[in-house]
Design a protein around this ligand. Structure first.
Ligand SMILES: NC(=O)c1ccc[n+]([C@@H]2O[C@H](COP(=O)([O-])OP(=O)(O)OC[C@H]3O[C@@H](n4cnc5c(N)ncnc54)[C@H](OP(=O)(O)O)[C@@H]3O)[C@@H](O)[C@H]2O)c1
Length: 265
């Protein structure tokens, strides 16, 4: 029997790396995607040595570039790779005052978080529908559930991912073409993203509020393979998401704004 194949964007670090570890242990062949080729090659080698029954393919690409998603899809077609599980995980974050943040940086974030994710979903959902179906896991965030001053573009990109994925989940389910879409909403997760000088001022978060990347990835994959529309990871994050429905958006913006102004440094 041939293995199923999963493509993971942002495979070189953080939650993406944990998706790869979990899927390799489940016997998936992997297509590892990110910019840092050497890191991906090292991961592919380590996984292939640990799990002899899987194949790992490295595709190094910058998803912020125009046509980045289309070129990635074309590469998989050229290599005759058929994707059963797509994980749109690559994402960028910027903290800080909107008008102080370089415009190109904001556009880059929108390109990766929204444009590449949407294009990859379109291309692979079509390919999956013409075969035996498949699963798509789009990584949103708890930040999708409220407007967040000083992280406003990031939170808005994640609100897009959540809304897009939930609507598409319904659309594809009704169409009955065997493709399911799941939105994963992690809260604060212990990865480089929480402490990356390239992403503006650092947000101080008490360590008790951080989930591990492994825990987040496990919950995401379980929900995705079960065909669920949405998963918010962890009890406290689920409670926050539910509570967010009880307040007008501008009250949430006031609360989040006050937290971020006091904890960004
Ligand atoms: N950490 C959190 O607290 C948290 C919370 C909620 C949601 N999330 C979401 O979870 C996802 C993963 O985040 P993380 O915390 O694991 O982040 P991370 O540790 O910073 O990893 C980000 C990954 O994305 C890749 N990437 C970045 N820009 C790229 C580009 N232009 N083209 C291709 N790949 C690119 C990076 O690889 P290269 O540098 O090698 O390209 C890396 O593998 C993101 O969508 C993030 O928004 C994170």
């Amino acid at each position: 029997m041939t293995n199923k194949t999963a493509l993971v964007t942002g495979a070189s670090d953080g939650i993406g790396l944990e998706f790869c570890n979990i899927l390799a242990a489940k016997g998936y062949d992997l297509i590892l995607v990110a910019r840092r080729k050497a890191v991906l090659n090292k991961l592919a080698k380590a996984l292939s040595q640990q799990y002899h029954n899987i194949n790992c393919t490295v595709i190094s690409t910058d998803l912020s570039k125009p046509q980045g998603a289309q070129k990635l899809f074309a590469t998989t077609v050229k290599k005759d790779l058929h994707v059963d599980l797509l994980i749109n995980n690559a994402g960028l974050l910027q903290n800080g005052f909107f008008t102080d943040i370089d415009l190109a940086t904001q556009e880059n974030m929108i390109s990766v978080n929204i444009l590449a994710l949407t294009s990859l979903t379109h291309l692979f959902a079509n390919a999956m529908a013409t075969r035996t179906g498949g699963h798509i896991l789009n990584v949103a965030s708890l930040a999708a559930w409220a407007p967040i001053p000083n992280q406003n573009v990031y939170a808005a990109t994640k609100a897009y991912v959540l809304s897009f994925s939930q609507a598409l989940h319904n659309e594809l389910k009704v169409a009955g073409n065997g493709v399911s879409v799941t939105a994963l909403c992690p809260g604060y997760t212990d990865t480089k993203m929480m402490d990356n000088p390239d992403q503006g001022p650092k947000l101080s978060v008490p360590s008790g509020m951080l989930q591990s990347a492994q825990e987040v990835a496990e919950q995401g994959i379980a929900a995705c393979l079960a065909g669920k529309p949405t998963v918010v990871t962890g009890f406290a994050n689920r409670a926050s998401a539910i509570l967010s429905h009880l307040f007008p958006k501008m009250i949430l913006a006031n609360i989040a704004g006050s937290y971020y102004r006091n904890n960004l440094n």
